[in-house]
Design a protein around this ligand. Structure first.
Ligand SMILES: Nc1ncnc2c1ncn2[C@@H]1O[C@H](COP(=O)(O)OP(=O)(O)OP(=O)(O)O)[C@@H](O)[C@H]1O
Length: 764
């Protein structure tokens, strides 16, 4: 009992001692920072590094070591708590952007930092944030001391994790404020107690507008990560509203791989003589040196074939595929999933629920898989285990967007590869990339290795009407996206093979798009064209905002042969099929010379062997001796009716008939299949009994062992279930959905058989 007051006083004394040690440390750090400040405008990278084992901090003569020449974190004037956290996380040596910016940022200057993707910019601003509040002895009662703004929720989450790592031993409170979370009311209750906010602009503004007593009048540091994006037109209003509520006297830091220097932008943020730190400005390339970048021409109507072929040839890789709209991501993901490429597929876009987005993001961090995504994943994300390939299946909006997308691979010290598909009318993008110091190699696709998928898509679309709807929406969104693009040197709807593209997606008809009709229909007079241009520019602005919304950026080898120079590595790796990956596929099979198996196409080109067709299935040839994909044959039979399909009633009737026929064929198929499986089971049973008899005669132990192994009646698990289980898990689908996914998927053999039967039935 008597001990109690003693221990209380002891802990009080401890606290007092700790506080006084902390105060001493802070005053030493301040003295050190003040005495060795780098000259304003100087580049710390130009200084001679400190010799190894040189004394650090206060020296014998009372002076301090020159931290502006630091190459290691331990040579910087950092608190022990931050140093311990960095050590624990394994950070020892600084990257160039950290060496160049930290000395300036630690002495309180505004910083405008630019460095290549994956070069460690996050620590370059998180460390000064933590240190500033530590030195100010910031506490819960002081309110918001720092705000870090990110354009996307995933990136905000990632920044928050880095902040937690660096601030591990500090006592600040920090909060992640991003849209799409249901607990906004709880957030409102607690947000006033937070010292550091990591947020997206929309959510921050929501709190500024709605949360009682929420204020940031004491703010010390504001950070904009991916600053050029946040200063973009899409965020303009939100950012202006946010900045108007912040005190002008603060430190501001802006970071990005593609930095803004626009005076207007900087004036909006009231930067004071900012330090422009662009460590890779003089570098030979604007992208990481370990990144191998290639580009090839892919006609729009062969894009899906090319993408499918690429995925099939890289089943052991982690691949990020960028498409331009959410709808395309959905369509390609759903369609490819049904075709079962042999690698888990995932998709990420802004229309997904937040929880699902987070799940997909973390699963992709851990797993070999293909992630189809919009630009929501283009910036800042640091996928835990290296991404092997970045595939830009759709052309990026501009050079900056290209740089950020490819920057998801080859991060820090690791290597990576990227390939960009450009349609013939988008080829000017190559000049723009080269002018921006992007070392990109032009390569030619090896059409012999192309695996056409369009025919399969046609059959999928007939079987699954929801997929047809998705395809139509994806088609329309893509066209609109091209239409509203600013850069008309690169993006021009008129140049696109619209009908062929629709057909390549498996669509029986080209969906009607008003603006395309308008563009096609008449030659515009000068007056009309400027009115249209004006309308287009308004649309572009709206679209920019919508795009950000879509992304939920929170507003309320063998396929390729090198063209110029030969690079064997690239050649081999791109679409180099491994033997194991081509199981069930005739190795020597060739496929058509880029013939698109579209239904409406009347061109009869050579199409040799369909490599998807399992050995032994029936092949049907047309009069010229060419094979035809399943539904192209059906369409061929009705070629005369193609035009009449434009009539909605007739089209519906046509589809209804097709579906009925398919259902009939399905029924027959199911009966046959059931019978086949029953026969197989009986055969296996007989075989097992025989085997069992042998074993019984041999040994009892063996018998029990084999019995245990055959807990599933000796049947092998179904291949499709294993695959779809893993995929469905990826999607966070409910059990019911998973099951329907299993039922819905049709194998290639089934598709062929169905189409053949359907053809017979229709002829009859
Ligand atoms: N000093 C360091 N030592 C070791 N690893 C580091 C260091 N600094 C950063 N990294 C690692 O490098 C990777 C990339 O860092 P970061 O995400 O900060 O890059 P970035 O420059 O912000 O990229 P982006 O422009 O794409 O946003 C991360 O995995 C990070 O942990």
């Amino acid at each position: 009992m008597g001990n109690k007051p003693k221990s209380k006083s002891k802990s009080k004394a401890d606290r007092k001692e700790r506080r006084s040690a902390e105060l001493d440390e802070i005053s030493l750090l301040n003295e050190w920072i003040e005495s060795q400040k780098p000259d304003s405008g100087s580049n710390p990278l130009a200084l001679k590094p400190l010799p190894d084992n040189a004394p650090v901090g206060r020296l014998h003569d009372g002076s301090f070591s020159a931290y502006s020449a630091a190459t290691k974190f331990s040579e910087l004037p950092l608190s022990k708590k931050t140093m311990d956290a960095l050590k624990k996380a394994g950070y020892v040596n600084m990257t160039e952007i950290q060496r160049a910016s930290l000395p300036h940022a630690l002495c309180g200057r505004d910083v405008l930092g630019a460095a290549k993707t994956g070069s460690g910019k996050t620590l370059a601003f998180v460390i000064p944030v933590v240190e500033k509040l530590h030195k100010e002895r910031w506490g819960p009662e002081d309110g918001v001391g720092s705000i870090i703004i990110s354009p996307t929720r995933e990136l905000a989450g990632q920044l928050f994790d880095v902040l937690k790592t660096v601030g591990k031993f500090h006592n600040f409170s920090a909060g992640l404020l991003i849209g799409g979370r249901k607990d906004v009311e709880m957030e409102k209750e607690r947000v006033n107690e937070l010292n550091i906010l990591v947020c997206t602009p929309g959510r921050l503004l929501q709190h500024m507008d709605e949360t009682p007593n929420f204020e940031c009048s004491q703010l010390q540091i504001l950070v904009l990560d991916e600053a050029d994006r946040i200063l973009d037109v899409g965020f303009k209003k939100s950012l202006n509203a946010i900045v108007s509520q912040l005190p002008k006297h603060r430190q501001t830091m802006l970071f990005s791989a593609t930095q803004t220097k626009s005076v207007q932008d900087l004036a909006r943020l009231s930067l004071k003589d900012p330090e422009y730190i662009s460590v890779h400005e003089k570098a030979e390339s604007a992208t990481p040196s370990r990144l191998q970048q290639t580009v090839m021409t892919v006609p729009l109507d062969q894009k899906l074939d090319m993408l499918w072929s690429f995925v099939k040839a890289h089943l052991n890789s982690k691949i990020l595929v960028f498409l331009s709209t959410c709808k395309q991501v959905k369509f390609v993901y759903e369609a490819f999933k049904k075709l079962r490429p042999g690698i888990p597929l995932k998709c990420l876009h802004g229309r997904m629920k937040q929880e699902r987005r987070i799940n997909i993001y973390s699963q992709f961090c851990e797993q070999r898989s293909v992630l189809f995504c919009t630009d929501v994943a283009a910036r800042g994300l640091d996928f835990n285990k290296a991404v092997d390939w970045v595939v830009q299946a759709d052309c990026p909006d501009d050079v900056a967007s290209y740089i950020h997308r490819v920057g998801r691979t080859a991060r820090y010290l690791s290597g990576g590869r990227s390939v960009l598909f450009l349609t013939p009318s988008e080829m000017k993008m190559i000049d723009k990339l080269k002018a921006a110091k992007v070392p990109i190699q032009v390569i030619k696709p090896n059409m012999k290795r192309l695996q056409p998928v369009s025919g399969l898509l046609s059959s999928l679309l007939v079987k699954h009407s929801e997929l047809q709807e998705l395809a139509a929406k994806a088609f329309i969104r893509y066209m609109r996206c091209i239409h509203i693009q600013k850069d008309k040197d690169v993006f021009e709807v008129k140049e696109l093979p619209i009908d062929k593209f629709a057909a390549s997606m498996g669509l029986p008809l080209t969906p009607n798009i008003r603006f395309v009709k308008k563009l096609k229909g008449k030659q515009l007079s000068v007056g009309e064209s400027s009115v249209l241009e004006l309308k287009a520019s308004i649309k572009r602005q709206k679209a920019e905002t919508n795009k950000l919304r879509e992304e939920n950026l929170d507003l309320p080898a063998e396929l390729l042969s090198l063209n110029d120079s030969e690079d064997e590595d690239v050649e081999k790796d791109l679409l180099l099929s491994k033997q194991t990956e081509t199981e069930g596929i005739e190795k020597s099979a060739e496929f058509g010379d880029a013939v698109l198996p579209t239904r409406i196409s009347k061109k009869k080109k050579k199409l040799k062997i369909n490599i998807h067709r399992p050995v032994g299935t029936r092949v049907v040839f047309d009069e010229q001796g060419n094979t035809l994909p399943p539904l192209a044959r059906v369409a061929g039979a009705n070629n005369d009716d193609d035009l009449s399909l434009l009539d909605k009633d007739k089209r519906d009737e046509y589809y209804k008939k097709m579906r009925e026929e398919l259902m009939k064929v399905d029924k027959v198929d199911k009966v046959l299949d059931r019978q086949r499986r029953r026969d197989k089971r009986i055969k296996e049973k007989v075989k097992r009994k025989r085997g069992l008899g042998d074993e019984e005669e041999g040994s009892d132990e063996d018998l029990s062992g084999s019995g245990a192994d055959e807990g599933t009646n000796g049947r092998k698990p179904k291949r499709s279930k294993i695959y779809f289980n893993s995929d469905s898990d990826d999607d966070g689908e409910t059990r019911g959905e998973k099951e329907s996914a299993i039922d819905d998927s049709i194998s290639l053999a089934e598709q062929e058989a169905l189409a053949l039967k359907l053809l017979d039935a229709m002829h009859q």
